[in-house]
Design a protein around this ligand. Structure first.
Ligand SMILES: Nc1ncnc2c1ncn2[C@@H]1O[C@H](COP(=O)(O)OP(=O)(O)OP(=O)(O)O)[C@@H](O)[C@H]1O
Ligand SMILES: CC(=O)N[C@H]1[C@@H]2OC[C@@H](O2)[C@@H](O)[C@@H]1O[C@H](C)C(=O)O
Length: 378
């Protein structure tokens, strides 16, 4: 089956689009990436989305327009990716997260992904599945992360314990015990580790007065030295200490949050590069600390994906904190494209929904039950 997966993540940089051929069975899918593209948002649309993510008030009418502007761009991305290919039979569209509130006590979580599937189906004439997180949230889950079940099917190893670490705007991991271990599927873990690139990106934009949006290959932060006293103070953030299941977003790791870290850096008289190095080190140590605190064992391999895998300084700090027993690779090195993994994931989640196969892992999201994920718009 030819399926298109679409997602714009928490970095809000553009629409990751994957055209994949899915064969085999639902329980044993084979996925081949035929084409992958990122279609950047226009600067104006990106700015509006970031403002909404930052809590800017919006009338319902403006919300409707934004929803359909995003849907139109997602639909165009789907049409573009298959120009040279036969017509896809299905689209799985994550949409654009603009709000995410995890569940608390008896209160259900709430999450909003814009870019309605009904409009994408209408524009493309391809059945579209969207709103993947809602059913898990209705079962008292976080509705995130959803990729761990995909990782389990595509990246687990018979004899090696692995973690898959996404470093997008937000970071999230999947822990995969060796498949040969008894009941291995019951022993999979996953949660959001905290900031991926979000703090680094916000700081670079602030320091460059909007001229740069990210620290290319970590070149700027590599010129500084992390202040370990500050990094350890920042690691006291309650989110890092919270037990899984857990999920987070730009609501917590926001411009206001960064402003506090800026004040701290000024109190320590840190230069710009030292501040960036400290933020990068915080990102790395929050990931490593989360493994050391919440996993039953350290993995032998960590497979990186997401844009942060290209940040050489972040990788270097991550390796320093994980320890030399851990082998740091990217998912590309084991055959899965690290830039389009999330888009591929939503293609496979759509395929599973189409075939009535549950997409969530209750142990990961905290949901009461396995459920079918996504709403179908023919
Ligand atoms: N060459 C590079 N050097 C350093 N950082 C990079 C590089 N390329 C991409 N990035 C970082 O990766 C980010 C984009 O990553 P990605 O597309 O994986 O995020 P996302 O999918 O939007 O987020 P999430 O996974 O949280 O939904 C950019 O904002 C930038 O910070
Ligand atoms: C609410 C939301 O959009 N969460 C994203 C975000 O970006 C990374 C991390 O936080 C992850 O939990 C999730 O996305 C991936 C695709 C997931 O659900 O697995």
């Amino acid at each position: 089956m030819l399926v298109i997966g679409l997602i714009s993540g928490t970095s809000v940089d553009g629409i990751d689009t994957a055209l994949v051929e899915i064969s085999g069975t639902v329980e044993s899918p084979q996925v081949q990436l035929l084409a992958g593209e990122t279609y950047p948002y226009s600067p104006r649309l990106r700015e509006t989305i970031l403002q909404v993510c930052g809590g800017e008030k919006l009338s319902i009418e403006d919300l409707a327009s934004l929803d359909d502007n995003i849907a139109a761009e997602f639909a165009q991305a789907a049409l573009n990716i298959q120009k040279e290919a036969p017509k896809a039979q299905l689209i799985g569209s994550h949409g654009q997260t603009v709000f995410h509130r995890p569940p608390k006590n008896d209160r259900l979580g709430y999450t909003v992904q814009l870019g309605r599937g009904a409009a994408i189906a209408k524009i493309t004439s391809i059945p579209t599945i969207s709103n993947f997180r809602a059913a898990d949230i209705a079962q008292a889950g976080h509705g995130a992360p959803l990729v761990p079940k995909i990782d389990a099917y595509l990246l687990s190893h018979p004899t090696t314990a692995r973690c898959v670490q996404n470093i997008g705007g937000i970071g999230n991991l999947t822990y995969l015990p060796p498949r040969q271990r008894e009941n291995w599927q019951q022993k999979i873990f996953g949660w959001d580790t905290g900031p991926g690139n979000v703090l680094i990106d916000l700081a670079v934009q602030f320091l460059s007065q909007g001229q740069q949006t990210y620290d290319h290959n970590g070149q700027w932060s590599a010129q500084g030295q992390p202040c370990s006293e500050l990094v350890h103070k920042w690691l006291q953030e309650p989110y890092f200490q919270q037990y899984p299941p857990k999920s987070t977003g730009r609501e917590l790791f926001s411009p206001a949050y960064l402003a506090q870290l800026r004040e701290d850096a000024q109190a320590y008289s840190l230069g710009d590069a030292d501040w960036l190095a400290s933020l990068t080190d915080l990102t790395a140590i929050s990931i490593a600390h989360s493994y050391q605190t919440f996993l039953p064992e350290m993995p032998a391999e960590v497979l990186l994906c997401g844009g942060g895998a290209r940040n050489a300084y972040l990788r270097q700090r991550l390796l320093a904190h994980l320890g030399s027993n851990v082998k740091l690779l990217t998912t590309d090195e084991v055959g899965l494209n690290s830039d389009f993994k999330e888009a591929i994931a939503f293609a496979l989640l759509a395929y599973w929904r189409w075939h009535d196969f549950p997409g969530n892992l209750p142990k990961v999201t905290g949901a009461k039950e396995e459920v079918l994920l996504g709403e179908i718009y023919l």
